[in-house]
Ligand binder design. Structure first.
Ligand SMILES: [Zn+2]
Ligand SMILES: [Zn+2]
Ligand SMILES: [Zn+2]
Length: 299
């Protein structure tokens, strides 16, 4: 992307609202990647993400109601009638159950209040050059606590592929792989690896913060493979930078953990016991000075 394209839509028209590059950005340009608003099937992923594998409800209604809808009865009502996460207190501790939206097999309308993440980006976001942390994302409009902001979309890859990509990485390169581990009721663990380095959406530009304003929640729509959805953890003002905790702090205590070695250009590599650690510049009072590191999942 050259300087002349500033102000244009990074998504190339693939989102319902443009994702603009800030005009105040300096001469450097966002790295090249293929924009995809949703996850794509990457190496080692054996599940066809376009296949609808979850059951639907028979509600011939504008919007599903918890009294009559089997989707809402089976999985709980995650959103209120305005599409905001209902029980926001849960976001301060942990979501005890995964979120399932109505899907392609459901008879309800596209404006059912149980269809939020699947509608995609609705807010006007800007990719811009931060003062000391490389590229970042800010919102051009105020966001209410509990609102869906964007997905962290990329290639869904296997554990082995994630490990190989991690090992092949040069120390100065950015790592984008997010691993989400969900603890199933049966004691089983479901792990999902998403890498937006080559194919991804606006989420790949989000910086880490030890005091973030977004939190990540796995949301299932048509497929058993979750989408990594980012929601506002508090009310956010226009022009605030959007951040999340790459390690899953804020909300993602078990049953959902992020085990991430994701880092970005703002995180300078240093070395501890042969493992690369990244210095954190988020500036939060509680900042640990280092990007959370847990390579265990990739060893
Ligand atoms: Zn519905
Ligand atoms: Zn329904
Ligand atoms: Zn449904």
């Amino acid at each position: 992307m050259d300087a002349g394209r500033r102000g244009v839509d990074v998504s190339g028209g693939s989102e319902s609202v443009p994702v603009v590059v800030g005009r105040s950005s300096t001469a450097s340009t966002p790295p090249d990647f293929q924009y995809s608003p949703e996850n794509v099937q990457g190496p080692g992923c054996t599940i066809d993400l376009s296949e609808v594998t979850l059951p639907g409800c028979p509600c011939h209604s504008h919007s599903c109601l918890p009294e009559s809808c089997c989707c809402l009865q089976a999985h709980g009502q995650a959103y209120d009638s305005t599409g905001t996460l209902r029980d926001i207190k849960r976001t301060d501790t942990a979501y005890s159950s995964p979120v399932f939206e109505c899907n392609a097999l459901c008879a309800c309308s596209d404006s059912c209040s149980n269809r939020i993440v699947q509608r995609g980006l609705r807010l006007r976001l800007e990719v811009y050059r931060t003062r000391n942390r490389g590229w970042g994302v800010r919102t051009l409009e105020p966001i209410t606590h509990g609102t869906f902001v964007c997905e962290y979309a990329g290639e869904v890859i296997s554990f082995d592929e994630a490990r190989q990509r991690q090992l092949a990485q040069k120390s100065e390169e950015s790592n984008y792989i997010i691993s989400v581990r969900e603890h199933a009721g049966t004691g089983g663990v479901i792990e999902t690896f998403v890498d937006p380095a080559m194919v991804g959406n606006v989420g790949r530009f989000l910086n880490h913060s030890c005091l973030p304003n977004l939190f990540m929640l796995p949301v299932r729509v048509h497929s058993v493979v979750p989408r990594l959805a980012l929601f506002a953890g508090r009310d956010i003002d226009a022009l605030e930078e959007l951040t999340f905790d790459y390690s899953g702090g804020y909300s993602n205590q078990p049953p959902v953990e992020l085990l991430s070695t994701k880092s970005d250009a703002a995180m300078q590599a240093s070395s501890t016991n042969g493992l690369q650690r990244k210095v954190c510049h988020c500036g939060a009072k509680n900042c640990t000075q280092f990007l959370p590191l847990d390579l265990s999942v990739l060893k």
